[in-house]
Write a protein that binds this ligand. Structure first.
Ligand code: 3PG
Ligand code: MG
Length: 421
């Protein structure tokens, strides 16, 4: 019998064994009390199985509110790794129903004062059900024509507020500046002041004009996030205008929305992970990126945001590096996605990014880091490229900057800013 194996970090006021039984019972055949139909035969065939329980440290305070206080409890909460397997035939190779099982009501059990999903092993039936990214790294390189270095991109900023004429002018300037990729911000999809069809028309005009001038067509990820019925309409609006990438806020449309988009998308899907913080920032709640990236890749994300090194967010560089590596591990024999490094990035972050990840198969996006370069966006793009050249040549970026004005000016501005943070 095929099984899904889920690894949790749990914290409990009870024993870990009791916590594991609560998880396995509640998420398969059991409930808070025995019911007549829960026969031994039924449990045998449909019950979840506790595979392993490994005790870790004990703490004096519960991480999450509302856990039970057992009689005689001595204010000790035990943490441990609990591995539970679930029969695949309980839910089939369906991401929405998988989630209800491995990441459902168990987060609310009073037996637990902490619960985090660390990893998920999925049987190959999921590969048959979900084709995954249709473009991935190779398709993105083919469409952008970028080889041997990261895809360098930016984000339209100000994120909100630009009308069609201002947007067209900015995209033209950026598309003629040597950039490979531009994306809408996640805050900007189909706003009443500049609806998606108007935005698409303005951006495509700029991209066409830039392509005539440079001979190169930039990749632009239009944010098509919306209710499910809007996804197809928005995608078609983009593709009809010659667009070559769409973006969705994965947590807004949900994994089912992403998988639906992937059934018809004719262009790469850029997966923005905003809202991810609420699923992961507390170490005793939510899930690890290791799980999230598997789900997003299965559902069809050709590009997936992983934060950035030295970013403006709380996450450690070690964690970002682990996320890049996670995206690169083959999943069910494939499912390559391009990790997207973004958030507070600028030319000076290329060095540590390459040193720590040792790969160029990434997108490196800098919004403020390009647009706010003291000598303008073109110099910002050039500085980021120079940052990567230095990184790949193994020359310290600040040394390389001595003979490169754009990189030097980026250091002058952004290094000072970083130091002030
Ligand atoms: O959507 C994103 O990736 C962020 O808005 C990044 O913007 P920043 O480069 O200005 O931090
Ligand atoms: Mg953003």
């Amino acid at each position: 019998m095929k099984r899904v194996i889920a690894t949790y970090l749990a914290e409990t006021p009870f024993t870990l064994e009791r916590a594991a039984e609560a998880i396995a019972g509640e998420q398969s055949t059991g409930t808070f009390t025995a019911v007549p139909g829960e026969t031994t035969a039924l449990k045998e065939r449909f019950g979840a199985r506790i595979e392993r329980v490994v005790a870790l440290e004990q703490v004096r305070q519960p991480s999450l509110p509302g856990a039970a206080i057992p009689p005689g409890h001595n204010d000790v909460y035990t943490r441990g790794e609990i591995v539970v397997s679930f029969p695949l035939h309980n839910f089939g190779p369906s991401i929405p129903n998988l989630m209800a099982c491995v990441a459902g009501n168990l987060y609310e059990l009073r037996e637990l004062s902490g619960l985090r999903l660390l990893d998920l092993e999925l049987p190959e039936e999921f590969a048959a059900a979900y084709p995954g990214p249709r473009f991935g790294i190779e398709g993105t390189r083919r469409l952008t024509g970028v080889r041997g270095r990261p895809v360098i991109g930016t984000i339209i900023k100000p994120s909100v507020g630009l009308g069609p004429a201002e947007l067209e002018a900015l995209v033209y300037a950026l598309a003629t500046s040597g950039l490979d990729f531009i994306k809408d911000d996640e805050l900007n999809a189909d706003p009443p002041y500049c609806p998606l069809p108007v935005k698409v028309a303005a951006v495509s005009r700029a991209i066409e004009r830039a392509a005539e001038a440079t001979g190169r067509r930039i990749m632009y990820a239009y944010n098509i996030t919306g209710d499910i019925e809007a996804l197809k309409r928005n995608h078609d609006t983009v593709v009809r205008a010659g667009g070559n990438c769409v973006m969705v806020s994965v947590n807004s449309v949900g994994l089912a929305g992403l998988a639906y988009l992937n059934t018809f998308s004719e262009v790469p899907i850029h997966g923005h992970r905003n809202q991810w913080g609420m699923l992961t920032r507390h170490g005793q709640l939510g899930m690890d990126f290791q799980v999230y990236q598997k789900l997003c890749r299965l559902a069809g994300a050709d590009h997936l945001h992983v934060n950035g090194l030295g970013s403006k967010f709380y996450e450690s560089d070690d964690s970002v590096v682990a996320s890049v590596r996670a995206c690169m591990q083959p999943l069910l024999g494939g499912y390559a996605t391009m990790p997207v490094l973004s958030s507070g990035q600028w030319a000076g972050t290329a060095e540590i990014t390459y040193a720590r990840t040792n790969t160029v198969d990434v997108m490196h996006l800098a919004g403020g880091g390009i647009l706010a370069h003291p000598d303008g966006p073109s110099a910002g793009v050039e500085s980021l490229k120079q940052g990567w050249e230095a990184a790949m040549l193994g020359i310290p970026a600040e040394t390389y900057a001595e003979s490169r004005a754009e990189l030097r000016r980026a250091f002058d501005k952004f290094k000072r800013k970083e130091a002030a943070r």
